[in-house]
Design a protein around this ligand. Sequence first.
Ligand code: BYC
Ligand code: FE
Ligand code: FE
Length: 496
Amino acid sequence: MGNVDLQARIPNNVDLKEDRRLQRALESWQPDYLQWWMEMGPEGFQADQIYLRTAVDVGREGWAHFDYVKMPEYRWGIFLEPSSPDRAIPCGDFAGQPAWQQVPGEWRNSLRRIIVTQADTEPASVEQQRLLGHTAPSLYDLRNLFQVNVEEGRHLWAMVYLLHSYFGRDGREEAEDLLRRRSGNADSPRILGTFNEPVEDWLSFFMFTTFTDRDGKFQLLALAESGFDPLARTTRFMLTEEAHHMFVGETGVGRIIQRAADVMNELKTDDPEAIRNHGAIDLPTIQRYINRWFSSSVNLFGGEISNNAATYFAAGLKGRYKEEDRFEDHVVVEGIYEMPVPHQNGADVARLATEEIPLRNAMNEILRDDYIGDCEFVVDRWNRILEKADRPERLSLPNRRFNREMGIYRGWSFDPEGNPISAIEFERRSADWLPTASDKSYVKSLMTPVLEPGKMAAWIAPPRKGIDGKDWEWEYVRFDKASVGIGLGAKPSLIG
Ligand code: BYC
Ligand code: FE
Ligand code: FE
């Protein structure tokens, strides 16, 4: 593998110029990608100068280069972590054998399917977020949104490189289909549930980048343990970018909580109506958004008891989080996972009975455990904000069984503590637990753009610092004079 070629049409560190066929295939996909970006990428800001970081190297230091760029001119590239020549398959039936540098024939379809599923989420998230720029609370936040968007675009490139490079003709067809499906489209939706749900306001965006991008983190961590070495190496580099997405989400929600706490202290009340009248978002509403986006993201780990997951592990296609460091037994033919499984109870309330599931079949649930643990840390840090503000209120994660649409808990009702309840009871309480129409319309009513340097919307506290050593007040986006006024509504603060 060569050094980084930044001058090439497609920047890369995979010696693309040595493989003319592959280079031609990717260069012919590139204009389709750009067309998709113009149609489905951030609406209304494509001519503006955004202060973005671009990947220029994969080294521990200095891989990121910051500068103003117009998004369509962003240098989307292909970057893999360096290979280690003696890497072995970390887990499953072939643990210890040399890692695959080519696709193992027997698992070609499974591997393609994993890569396509991963790939599909990347453009989906860009589509879900495409209108948010119009309602950004500040230039700092606008810039962060676009940073996330261009990097999700690069993640699509990372997966398309694998499809083109290792899966021949069907890989090229899959790559085209990735630009054809559309988030939320009835005829050709994106593959996984959460990626078809609208992200219409910034509270949802910050919840999405906290909880849904964090599913991305854990799925990528599982793929980083793949015995198929090119997949492991590309996902390892993607993880370095993912960290920023979760930072955007966690600090975004944190700043909304901060603002709520400040207003409660100022008004000396916790009455949601009073908080709203003061233009902030009350904590019960924030809790309902946590419940909604966490429960949706928990679905993304697949079924609790899964033959697919067992196959992926056995074949060494996916490992566990930190497979090499955290486990002794990497083959896992023995061992059980004790799982509460719902049973019919005569009534429509589930009866949970513990069942012993062979570990390999519980791999989705094992990864979900790690994910939930990580989410708990996030909520702890949010609660520290309340603690520091001398507030008695606390936020929490709902139980994993709450509000599920995939897996063994689907079709049953549970309260946020995970207790089985009837569907009628769930219905009766759902306005306490999930965002209501009035929550949504209140949050939407706050979404008026603030796009002048140094200003911040009133429903969210400013961040402690900005990006790349700058203040948060800095001009992270420079609007193209010619386009101001064209997308009216988009940049009202600049008009007149
Ligand atoms: N929605 O054995 P099962 C990210 C399907 S996020 C709809 O339970 P399996 C990002 C499943 O395909 C990370 N369908 O599941 C974040 C199967 O279909 P078939 C994305 C679902 O296969 C933010 C059936 O249900 N990466 O990167 O063990 C912004 C039963 O399958 C869902 C990956 O997902 C769902 N939620 O596990 C940008 C990694 N869940 O066979 C980016 C790759 C399951 O009946 N994917 N199904 O047709 C995988 O490893 C696995 O496919 C899954 C599912 C973990 C998703
Ligand atoms: Fe991604
Ligand atoms: Fe992400």
